[in-house]
Design a protein. Structure first.
Length: 749
């Protein structure tokens, strides 16, 4: 261990963020830039009869108006898994907010005025907006079957389905069987920074894109496919981000803006309002039916589950979301017999996309609620029933998967202790626990270049996007300790496909482990090259040269890095370049493309105080324990967990995107879509770290970032149920829901 890893080093860019000095995408001003606005319809599902652009085209300052008819035919489509989404709506709109045209003008105001002058003749069509409607016999198809000719499900609204099974679930029995259906609503990411897309013709007939995007290399690939350019001619610059949470992960409108920029020959900016950003993507709603069998001692015997996720009009990344979530439907518990089925279902609604937790919160809400119900019926403590079902370290959780890589019982016990689990409860209070688990992305690659300069400082070129999570700080800490140089002498350049090597995604809590390992490998490459240079300089055999603590020791001398580099290349010249890679081999036999590189798991305990007259309740205590392996920067890890936990109070108490019977969202924007504020913050918050240095990342680290957001809701629900004696199967649990449930119980007793 070096000087910086394990220390809460002050994060890079923190001061600029809190003082407002940081430039975001909306602050960028490209010379000669045009501005664009979208034309959308006032309904969700409609046939486009005609589009009259005359009024807009005649407006002074409007440079062009583009519809699907003006694009290459057939209209290009894109998508991170299946390319099913057209750049502009073709013949019909599939959801409210889908663009049918784009107006490009000299100013943003003129573009807005021009968009209002476009006249669209449309015929409103019947749509499917709920799971029940989408799955009903004879339901209108959301997607043309011709878009997926090889799929046996093409004649239905089922996009895809998954089935996981082990043991003998057809021939098993239990002392207690519990079955319930749990519903999870649509939610939006509500990043403070709205979506911004800028594109400009690049050098050598290419295109440059500035975007609030998490995965620049995914975007590069999709834009290249749409505009018909090689990857080398498409440069994506991931700008500083004011919140993403998965909503800025995958391509949105960048392919359209790139086409417009190439058509006009000028830079083009499309700035979305907050309400418009709500229509860029959302969390999939779901209905999860779960049947759990327990023996008399509270041990899980079997799990049978079926789930439907309502994913909206296009596939986006939901194949991976639903497939991964269902894969871990048994949560962190050892279960002998398992049968899990899940389906992704199209609807005429805003497309679902990645959202912090990546499908896990929907399943965990159901599973953890089932554990609480079993504890009640078996007259057991809800903490104890979980402890009885947690596997020991190094045991197999899922056949063919990475063995358990942490002391999970220790983590759960820490969380419960943090809120005084075994102390007496005051009247009107309740406590609950829950465990969250998910698998990071498997079989992915991270590559990096580290440049050791002749003055002993270093630059890291990484494709990982800095989106507020602090990756630049962590990467600098890792490199500083690996090379034995000062932290302030490390600069991190990130998120630019024109400057940095490939990184699969900035998501799945994988960056510290995967890119961190790549950085360590690059630093070792540098050390090997330093030994060779020192051997060239001194005549000594490289095998006898030691590079450690920022020095090169050869033939009884201790040289600085600058001494070695300058001695070979000349004073003030040359540098040593290290290349590193972390690549987990893909396994096509594995449902997720390979076993999980580590288990991301978190333990949550919550205490609530109820007003049993009104149903209102407040969180008094909230504790999370992250099995982090090794915290490279403890303060940043704690902040990640706190941020995820506080964000997820919204899941538990208030957040839901409301879609009416015609598919129109009714609570777009900050006034009508409620999220947690400081008034909803628990009186006591504890973010604890379980560090056993047992992770696969640098210095024994595991990933963090999503875990804080995946188990708060069931823990809060558990506490509410204990305080009220009422159980709930639908989120969010508002004060009105509690009040109605208490009144219903009183009327029936």
């Amino acid at each position: 261990m070096g000087e910086y890893v394990g220390e809460s080093v002050r994060r890079s860019g923190g001061e600029e963020r809190v003082t407002g000095k940081l430039a975001y995408a909306a602050d960028l001003h490209i010379p000669d830039m045009l501005h664009a606005k979208l034309v959308t319809l006032d309904c969700a599902h409609a046939r486009i009869v005609g589009i009259d652009t005359t009024g807009a085209a005649e407006l002074a300052g409007v440079r062009c108006v583009i519809t699907a008819a003006d694009l290459p035919q057939p209209v290009p489509r894109y998508g991170p898994v299946d390319r099913d989404r057209p750049v502009l709506a073709v013949e019909e709109t599939k959801y409210y907010g889908e663009p049918v045209a784009i107006v490009v003008a000299d100013t943003e105001n003129i573009a807005s005025e021009g968009a209002a002058l476009v006249r669209v003749t449309r015929e409103q069509l019947g749509g499917v907006y709920t799971l029940e409607e989408a799955l009903a016999p004879g339901a209108p198809l959301v997607q043309d079957p011709a878009l997926r000719p090889e799929s046996p499900l093409r004649g239905s609204n089922i996009y895809d389905q998954w089935h996981y099974r082990w043991g003998d679930p057809d021939n098993t029995s239990a002392d207690l069987v519990i079955e319930n259906t749990y519903r999870f609503p649509m939610q939006v990411h509500f990043a403070i920074e709205p979506h911004v897309f800028i594109a400009a013709p690049g050098e050598q007939d290419g295109v440059v894109i500035w975007s609030t995007v998490q995965h620049p290399f995914v975007l590069q690939r999709e834009v290249a496919g749409v505009v018909g350019l090689p990857l080398a001619k498409v440069r994506v610059i991931a700008t500083e981000m004011g919140g993403g949470f998965g909503g800025k992960g995958y391509p949105k409108l960048e392919p359209l803006v790139a086409l417009v920029a190439l058509r006009t020959g000028r830079p083009v900016r499309l700035l979305m309002s907050l309400a418009e950003s709500f229509l860029m993507g959302r969390r999939a709603s779901s209905a999860v039916t779960m049947q759990n069998g327990f023996d008399a001692d509270g041990r899980l015997v079997f799990v049978r589950s079926s789930a439907d996720y309502l994913i909206g009009a296009y596939g986006d990344i939901t194949k991976r979301i639903v497939g991964k979530a269902a894969y871990v439907a048994t949560g962190p518990y050892s279960v002998r017999d398992v049968d899990v089925t899940a389906r992704a279902v199209f609807s005429h609604t805003v497309p679902a996309t990645a959202y912090r937790g990546f499908g896990a919160p929907q399943y965990l809400w159901a599973l953890e609620s089932q554990m609480d119900e079993a504890a009640r019926q078996l007259d057991m403590d809800s903490l104890e029933i979980r402890l009885r079902n947690l596997p020991a370290k190094s045991t197999v959780l899922i056949p063919g998967e990475t063995p358990v890589d942490g002391e999970w019982a220790e983590g759960l016990t820490m969380a419960a202790k943090a809120i005084g689990w075994h102390t007496p409860l005051a009247a009107g209070r309740g406590r609950g626990v829950a465990i969250g688990i998910k698998t990071p992305r498997a079989g992915a690659t991270s590559q990096v270049i580290v440049r050791l300069h002749h003055d002993g400082s270093a630059s890291i070129l990484t494709g990982t996007t800095e989106m507020g999570q602090g990756s630049q700080t962590v990467f600098a800490q890792i490199a500083a300790d690996c090379l034995g140089i000062p932290f302030h002498g490390v600069n991190v350049v990130s998120g630019d496909t024109g400057r940095a090597p490939f990184d699969a995604v900035t998501a799945s809590s994988r960056s510290t482990v995967c890119m961190g390992n790549a950085i360590c490998a690059a630093c070792e490459d540098i050390k090997g090259k330093l030994r060779e240079l020192a051997g060239e300089l001194s005549g000594a055999a490289p095998g006898g040269i030691v590079v450690s603590d920022g020095r090169v020791r050869v033939s009884g001398s201790s040289l600085s890095y600058g001494d070695v580099i300058g001695g070979v290349y000349g004073r003030g010249e040359g540098e040593v370049i290290g290349v590193g890679e972390f690549r987990q081999p893909k396994d096509d036999r594995h449902p997720l493309g390979g076993p999980s590189p580590f288990w991301e798991i978190i333990f949550v305990a919550a205490e609530v105080e109820m007003d049993l007259e009104t149903g209102s309740y407040a969180l008094t205590r909230l504790a999370t324990v992250a099995d982090i392996g090794k915290a490279i920067n403890p303060a940043q890890v704690e902040a990640q967990d706190e941020g995820g936990a506080l964000m997820s109070i919204g899941q538990a108490q208030m957040e839901q995107l409301i879609i009416d019977r015609e598919g129109i969202p009714r609570n777009l924007g900050a006034l009508d879509y409620r999220i947690p504020t400081t008034m909803d913050t628990p009186l006591e918050v504890a973010s604890l770290l379980l560090e056993n240095a047992d992770g696969p990342g640098p210095f024994g680290a595991k990933g963090v970032g999503e875990s804080g957001a995946i188990a708060v809701a069931p823990a809060v629900c558990s506490a509410v149920s204990q305080a009220t004696g009422v159980t709930f199967t639908q989120l969010p649990i508002t004060s009105e829901d509690v009040w109605r449930a208490l009144r219903h119980r009183a009327a029936n007793t």
